[in-house]
Write a protein that binds this ligand. Structure first.
Ligand SMILES: [Zn+2]
Length: 385
């Protein structure tokens, strides 16, 4: 696949002079550098300006022809990512996704696929053909409205961000035809998946996707496999932790080649092999970004440590954010609800976090988080200074 990609690389200004060499000889590129000039990072001879114009037009709903461009959700800080795909790449992407997500017997039956994600994603709009009926449900709608519209559509397959699924579950939503549930666009945890499964009756499986590529999929055994059949993902050790950050090469993308782009998620490998038959490496679900690792003097605390410590006490249905800096940790929780007696006290959660992570700074609790705002949820945050 790498060899087949070389003509495309030769037409991509940022990469052209390395064409024909081994992957290891290519430079590693930061996402910010790629996003600074999309003109250098496409094989179609298009300028940065043209591509941004195309993505802006697509966002406004104007028809843009065969080639589709769009903006990713972004993580709050820094520029959003532009995603470019030709019809062949979209077909390939959908085929790859469905093959990894759904068993063959499901693909052969009629399905109603509901996509509850950010404004219409061109990558999926081609799905609504043949046996698949496809509908997009915008995230901007209220919870009540989304539940009503989804219930009316009767999806057999639903893809949504986990914070939205957790809210549906808490609100008592019921989708009677639902058979396959997928979490996308932000990290989720074991406790949250348990809660969603308990209430919605289907256990969500995770899709780990970024603008840089479709990185991993959870198999039927509930294990998250890197998509090693289509990507060359190098794992760069993160100092002071047992984890890595991915350096991403997508062996199938041609309009916008992705070669050795350094991702910002913090990943840990799961050393146990999976009996499902897919040979992709197994990782633990990513819980945050490398920049959100807590770095106290002499102590490093990773996002999965924080999530595990807090959700052991809080469960998977509470909204929380733990924000740390060199002097203190602030645990943001929702305003206290006197009606629910079983809600564990904030003090217990703060103590559990402090003890489990052996924190050298105090944990303060603020009841000031009533809903998630912003495009993406960040449970674990590090603010340096
Ligand atoms: Zn597996």
């Amino acid at each position: 696949m790498w060899r087949k990609l070389q003509p495309v690389i030769a037409r991509t200004p940022a990469l052209a002079r390395y064409a024909g060499r081994d992957l290891a000889e290519f430079p590693v590129t930061e996402i910010a550098d790629l996003r600074a000039d999309y003109g250098a990072w496409n094989s179609l001879g298009m300028s940065d300006e043209e591509l941004r114009g195309l993505a802006a037009a697509a966002e406004q709903g104007s028809a843009v022809g065969e080639l589709s461009a769009g903006w990713s959700t972004g993580t709050g800080r820094g520029a959003r990512g532009l995603f470019l795909a030709s019809p062949a790449e979209r077909a390939d992407y959908i085929g790859q996704s469905l093959a990894r997500l759904l068993p063959a017997r499901t693909l052969l039956k009629r399905q109603r696929l509901a996509l509850h994600l950010r404004a219409s994603n061109a990558l999926y709009s081609d799905v609504g053909r043949g046996r698949f009926t496809f509908a997009h449900f915008p995230l901007e709608a209220s919870i009540k409205q989304s539940i009503a519209e989804l219930a009316h559509f009767e999806p057999t397959i639903l893809i949504a961000p986990p914070h939205r699924l957790a809210t549906f579950a808490a609100a008592g939503a019921h989708f009677s035809s639902l058979q396959h549930l997928f979490c996308g666009s932000e990290p989720t945890s074991e406790a949250e998946c348990d809660f969603i499964n308990e209430r919605l009756g289907v256990r969500p499986r995770q899709i780990y996707q970024s603008t840089e590529g479709f990185l991993a999929t959870e198999c039927a055994n509930g294990r998250l496999h890197l998509n090693d059949h289509a990507m060359a993902i190098e794992l760069e050790p993160v100092p002071g932790t047992p984890g890595y950050r991915p350096i991403i090469t997508d062996l199938r993308r041609t309009s916008q080649p992705i070669v050795r782009v350094r991702g910002d998620d913090y990943l840990e490998l799961d050393p146990h092999t999976c009996p499902c038959g897919f040979a992709g490496r197994v990782i633990h679900a990513p819980q945050g970004r490398v920049n959100d690792i807590w770095r106290f003097e002499g102590l490093t605390v990773t996002p999965p440590q924080v999530v595990t410590a807090l959700e052991a006490v809080l469960g998977g249905d509470k909204i929380w954010q733990a924000e740390a800096g060199p002097e203190r940790v602030v645990l943001h929780l929702s305003p206290p609800c006197p009606a629910s007696i079983s809600t564990p006290s904030a003090t217990t959660a703060a103590r559990a976090l402090s003890q489990a992570c052996d924190l050298p700074v105090p944990v303060e609790v603020f009841h000031d988080l009533s809903a998630w705002s912003g495009p993406k949820r960040r449970k674990v945050v590090w603010r340096d200074g």
